[in-house]
Design a protein around this ligand. Structure first.
Ligand SMILES: Nc1nc2c(ncn2[C@@H]2O[C@H](COP(=O)(O)OP(=O)(O)OP(=O)(O)O)[C@@H](O)[C@H]2O)c(=O)[nH]1
Ligand SMILES: [Mg+2]
Length: 797
């Protein structure tokens, strides 16, 4: 006679129950959900069918109302045994041991159970029975198998049973999670258990568990993970955009945030001491590492060459493990987790934090307001799920009764009673499996409310949210839906910001309010898989052609990582007219005189540190031939001789002239040598970008209210107006400006032209902005210049 373990109801019944079970898993929780009503798990037997343990404990004799005619049969005597020798093997088991018990279907994996008690009944104790507590495999639990479940993982359930000792196949080992990760080798009979499982409610104890990686998943000991040398967090290769092969070749690894930090530190030039640091419980040298993992070639290549690698193993993973196939008999070597920090890690920890400190940002804002390097990361795609395909109305899939010989499976009579479930289908009729949510994109957009890039120095990293996982309770149901899409992260930048890859090409010029650019695309959501039993797999596959299976099954169920990119943001103010000149020439005074802007004005050099913008109102009375629209003026910091060598404030702020179409030179006519001052500024402009000198410009000889200026006004005007060539290349100006907007660097070399070779000023005007003398004439000239260069239209900046 062949004995098999008797567990579980008919599959149909279980699936129906599971479909009614709402999904409750949230975040790292590993709970399989709760039911309001008492629910049967796939394994939970209908209590009427299973032999309740209590029933074999001698109970008090029943009080019979009528005396029996025949004497009651004496109950067989029962003996509790301390140990039992498994039939057909030398294995001896005793209470507390884990055993494998035969499944009714020989093609199925044996059940794992913990022996609670051994009893012998019958004449001479010939009938030995064991009280067992079942271990559930993840796919047998209500929540189903999740990506973080190991192939050798089992849950200790509260489901008890009494079985014939003849169903015991052999002894096995169920380790705690910690013990399991420390095993040198994992045999076919080795399992691990980290959760207790309540088979009635489908809940787990503990119901929370530590999560790792960007995907925030609990640790699956089957999967390779890489540890960041700096922050010590663990990452899946797929989550950092690497294949397992590539990950194994890595010698040093720093996660994105640590890498960005390290980069900043490297840029700041902090010298550090390099020391190899060993951490973790096991400190091994090269030889002991190789001996420890001698059975794992994959790990050997990973660990030996670098000293700086790290790892949890994944060599033993096989699709059949994930799909519920029989455990492989071969012995796989399990390397111990070893973490060896590399030099970069030590350096990172010792280096001070990079980036300008907040005080510097406040005091020297002019150095940082128009340039920033940021890194953005789009959200990862949500994960798909490994789903169980519920059996159809046909009972060919229904498991046979696991009852011992002679037992009758009452549920057999319900053949074909299962309801037909209508699934969402693709256009070709195949079952549409739910997808993880799309990760959030990252978009930069021009916002008029933003004035500078200073904020990006204090927060240089921006991450969008990840997509939601497929909310599945393990079973494929008609109510399943895709994971929620991650929200797009929209980052406002000042109007006029040029976005480029770090040390790379220009991505966009956000020159108009509302302009936007998608800089990082969110990862695609992972697809779901059907975890069908062997005998149904063919059918399930036929139903669902979009199911992809691979050796790396998990990659398929995992969402794709979101894009990550380092960006350089360069602000070029959007202005039509640029005011340039030496410090104290009166540029800010001029801006405040003709616009509503109120810049700082003072009698000392470099009062202005950052460009000030002002809006010149339009004048419709001027008519069509004049520039009657409004224009924006930018007052730039003062230039001095040698600015191109970094003197004064340097000349980097001259980038803000790029979008201007007309330049106004403000010259202090009361200065010692106004003509030379004018030439200095022209020369600095030429050194920065010779094309600036080809733009129409007006010279304002300021402060003519002062007697010193008044005396020489006419000679100064003559001298300046005669400097330069007569011809003006107005027609080319527009084209040049728009091209320059996208050119990365100014051109200063290879230009043989002298100052005198460039066009003369359109007009030289004597003015006193303080006394409002010559203002109207100056405005007229500015408008004329604007009208000329834009041909009556506003330019596309
Ligand atoms: N007498 C006289 N003084 C003037 C005139 N315009 C400006 N000033 C004075 O010149 C000084 C400098 O003026 P600002 O407007 O700050 O000069 P700036 O060119 O902006 O100087 P920086 O910001 O340092 O580059 C102030 O004291 C003004 O009052 C003018 O027309 N006549
Ligand atoms: Mg100023």
């Amino acid at each position: 006679m062949t004995w098999v373990a008797s567990r579980g109801p008919k599959q149909e019944e279980s699936e129906r129950d599971r479909r009614d079970t709402p999904e409750k898993i949230k975040g790292p929780s590993c709970s399989g959900g709760r039911k309001k009503k008492r629910a049967k798990s796939p394994r939970a037997p209908p209590r009427r069918n299973s032999v309740a343990f209590q029933s074999v404990i001698p109970s008090p004799p029943a009080m019979s109302p009528t005396p029996a005619k025949t004497p009651a049969k004496p109950r067989p005597s029962k003996r509790i045994l301390e140990s039992y020798t498994i039939k057909g093997s030398d294995g001896v088991i005793s209470p507390g041991d884990a055993v494998l018990m035969k499944a009714p279907d020989s093609s199925k994996r044996p059940y794992v159970a913990r022996v609670e008690e051994i009893e012998a009944t019958g004449p001479r104790g010939s009938n030995v029975r064991v009280k067992v507590r079942w271990y559930y495999r993840p796919e047998e639990s209500m929540g189903g198998r999740r990506p973080f479940h190991g192939s050798k993982e089992v849950f200790l359930s509260d489901h008890q049973d009494v079985q014939s000792a003849d169903t015991i196949e052999c002894k096995c080992n169920v380790y705690s999670f910690k013990e399991y990760t420390k095993l040198d080798a994992v045999n076919a009979e080795d399992y691990f258990c980290r959760f207790d499982y309540k088979s009635i409610t489908g809940s787990f104890v503990p119901d929370r568990i530590a999560v790792f990686c960007k995907c925030e998943m609990p640790y699956n000991p089957d999967d390779l993970m890489i540890q960041c040398d700096d922050c010590s967090d663990w990452f899946h290769p797929a989550c950092i955009g690497k294949t397992i092969k590539e990950a194994k070749k890595l010698e040093n690894f720093s996660c994105e945030s640590c890498a960005a930090e390290n980069e900043k530190k490297a840029e700041s030039g902090v010298e550090t001491t390099a020391k190899v640091k060993v951490k973790g419980a096991i400190i091994l040298d090269e030889i002991s590492i190789s001996s420890c993992i001698s059975g794992s070639t994959t790990m050997a290549t990973l660990l030996l060459p670098s000293h700086c690698r790290v790892v949890f193993s994944g060599g033993s993973r096989h699709p059949t493990d994930l799909l519920g196939g029989a455990p492989r008999a071969s012995v796989s070597r399990r390397p111990r987790p070893i973490a060896v920090a590399c030099r970069a890690a030590t350096r990172a920890k010792e280096a001070p934090s990079a980036g300008p400190p907040p005080q510097a940002l406040a005091k020297e804002a002019h150095k940082y307001f128009d340039h920033a390097v940021i890194s953005v990361r789009a959200g990862d795609g949500g994960h798909g799920a490994v789903l169980n395909m519920p059996p159809g109305p046909s009972t060919d899939a229904a498991p046979k009764s696991r009852g011992g010989a002679g037992k009758v499976d009452k549920s057999k009579g319900k053949k074909g009673s299962g309801k037909k479930v209508s699934y969402k289908r693709n256009y070709d009729g195949s079952v549409s499996l739910p997808l993880g949510g799309h990760g959030g994109d990252v978009v930069l957009y021009a916002d008029e409310a933003e004035e500078s890039l200073l904020g990006f120095h204090s927060k240089a990293r921006h991450c969008a949210k990840r997509g939601g996982n497929v909310g599945a309770n393990g079973a494929m149901t008609s109510r399943m839906h895709n994971g929620s899409a991650g929200e797009t992260l929209r980052i406002p930048v000042p109007v006029g910001t040029v976005v480029r890859r770090k040390k790379g090409s220009v991505l966009a010029d956000l020159a108009h309010p509302g302009d936007e650019v998608l800089v990082a695309r969110g990862g695609q959501g992972g697809i779901s898989l059907i975890d069908a039993p062997d005998y149904k797999r063919g059918k399930a596959m036929a139903l669902s052609p979009n199911v992809m299976r691979d050796v790396t099954d998990k990659v398929l169920t995992h969402g794709q990582p979101g894009e990550e990119i380092s960006l350089e943001l360069i602000l070029r103010v959007v202005a039509d007219v640029g005011l340039v000149g030496l410090p104290n020439a009166g540029k800010s005074t001029l801006l405040s005189a003709i616009t509503l802007a109120r810049p700082d004005i003072a009698d000392y050099p470099f009062t202005t540190l950052m460009p000030n913008l002002g809006r010149l109102g339009g004048d419709p009375t001027l008519g069509a031939l004049q520039f009657s629209s409004g224009a924006t003026l930018a007052d730039l910091p003062g230039l001095i001789e040698g600015a191109h060598l970094g003197k004064g404030l340097g000349r980097n702020f001259l980038r803000h002239l790029r979008r201007t179409r007309v330049i106004v030179h403000v010259v202090d006519a009361a200065a010692d040598d106004p003509v030379n001052d004018y030439k200095i500024v022209r020369e600095e402009l030429r050194m920065y970008n010779p094309k600036y000198l080809e733009r129409p410009y007006v010279v304002v000889l300021n402060k003519i209210d002062l007697p010193k200026a008044q005396d020489r006004l006419s000679s100064l005007a003559f001298e300046i107006s005669s400097l330069g060539a007569e011809e003006c290349h107005d027609k080319n100006v527009n084209k040049e400006i728009s091209n320059e907007n996208f050119s990365g660097h100014h051109v200063s070399a290879g230009n043989d032209k002298e100052l005198g070779d460039y066009p003369r000023p359109q007009a030289v005007i004597g003015a006193s902005v303080l006394r409002h003398i010559g203002i109207d004439e100056m405005l007229k000239e500015i408008r004329t210049a604007l009208a000329k260069c834009s041909n009556g239209m506003l330019l596309q900046p």
